[in-house]
Design a protein around this ligand. Structure first.
Ligand SMILES: Nc1ncnc2c1ncn2[C@@H]1O[C@H](COP(=O)(O)OP(=O)(O)O)[C@@H](O)[C@H]1O
Ligand SMILES: [Mg+2]
Length: 308
């Protein structure tokens, strides 16, 4: 399996983030205000995960959908610059690429998102031959992938038939239904990567312990706890790891960088504790700069942060 061309095939959503930073409140009535900084950067949980994994040295390919426009070209270019294979990205000339505008001031953020092509990727558009070229499949933002969601169990069956292991980060369900057949999809998953809110909502439990018990059939579950770090269960083993103290600039994508670290540990057969500590280091270090990818850790940086 290690002789396959890619360590990870990521299937997920693509959008750009436009971060506008300044201590101003926008005002209708054609009021113009001057801000400090405007940055176009890689958005979307799945793309930030892919970049985090590439930064750690994993060989990554991406499947998703973008429009035939500047934001789509920006995303493809940024992924390619990090060595990520984009040949499986579908360009839909009839849809715009998604965009989030993030109004960021020192204490808070407001986010305006146009979904564009995010929800439109279909199962029949996925080049299944890419599965045979990868060791591991990671699916991001399950609840945003409207057109693909009914076929996720089928995608996972195809992956299993080709010998891949599977991880999933559902992220938040904007409809707050937490349904859509997730439990059927989870039957094939080796590593489930929710945050605390998502774990409790998905399992209808009110404690992490009960939530983990409810998901006992999934081999590994790692739960992100924000600044408190994370906890993980494999079989009956439960471990904890702290976050790393850093000067936090922006927590966008911390969970996705965490996922990249955890999957790195998993694919390299590290212990559960080491995988979780590496994941927390990657999550924490990613918060040092604005946007999801600018401060993502290399293995050397994560390693150094863990051994101070
Ligand atoms: N304020 C913070 N300070 C230090 N580390 C953090 C902070 N926020 C997040 N992290 C790190 O990033 C990881 C994932 O972040 P979290 O916010 O829990 O995920 P998600 O974005 O999926 O909700 C955490 O487990 C932690 O290691
Ligand atoms: Mg998340």
């Amino acid at each position: 399996m290690t002789n396959r061309e890619f360590d990870i095939l990521v299937v997920g959503e693509l959008n750009a983030d436009l971060i506008l930073r300044g201590d101003v409140v926008p005002e209708f009535g054609q009021v113009e205000k001057i801000i400090d900084e405007a940055t176009l950067t890689i958005g979307s949980s799945s793309a930030i995960f892919a970049c985090g994994a590439a930064r750690l040295g994993l060989r990554v390919a991406f499947v998703g959908k973008a429009g035939d426009d500047e934001f789509g070209r920006f995303m493809l270019r940024e992924l390619q610059q990090r060595g990520i294979d984009t040949s499986g990205i579908v360009i839909d000339p009839h849809l715009p690429t998604g965009l989030s505008v993030i109004l960021s001031r020192s204490s808070d953020r407001a986010i305006l998102t146009h979904l564009g092509s995010i929800a439109a990727l279909r199962f029949d558009e996925i080049d299944l031959s890419l599965l045979s070229r990868a060791r591991h499949l990671h699916l991001g933002s399950y609840y945003l992938l409207d057109a693909l969601r009914p076929d996720v169990p089928r995608l996972f069956d195809e992956a299993k038939a080709r010998g891949l292991t599977i991880s999933i980060d559902t992220n938040y369900d904007p409809t707050e239904q937490w349904a859509g057949g997730l439990h059927e999809a989870l039957r094939s998953v080796d590593v489930f990567l929710p945050n605390e809110t998502e774990l409790l909502a998905i399992t209808h439990e009110d404690s992490i312990e009960a939530g983990l018990d409810r998901l006992a059939e999934i081999p590994i579950v790692a739960v992100k706890l924000g600044a408190r770090g994370a906890t993980a269960r494999r079989g009956s083993q439960i471990v904890y790891a702290d976050s790393i103290p850093v000067k936090v600039m922006d927590t966008t994508g911390a969970g996705d960088s965490f996922d990249a670290g955890f999957v790195y540990g998993y694919l390299n057969e590290r212990s559960l504790t080491d995988s979780l500590r590496l994941a927390c280091a990657c999550g924490s270090l990613s918060t040092r700069a604005a946007g999801g990818t600018a401060a993502q850790a290399t293995m050397a940086e994560a390693w150094a942060a863990l051994h101070v």
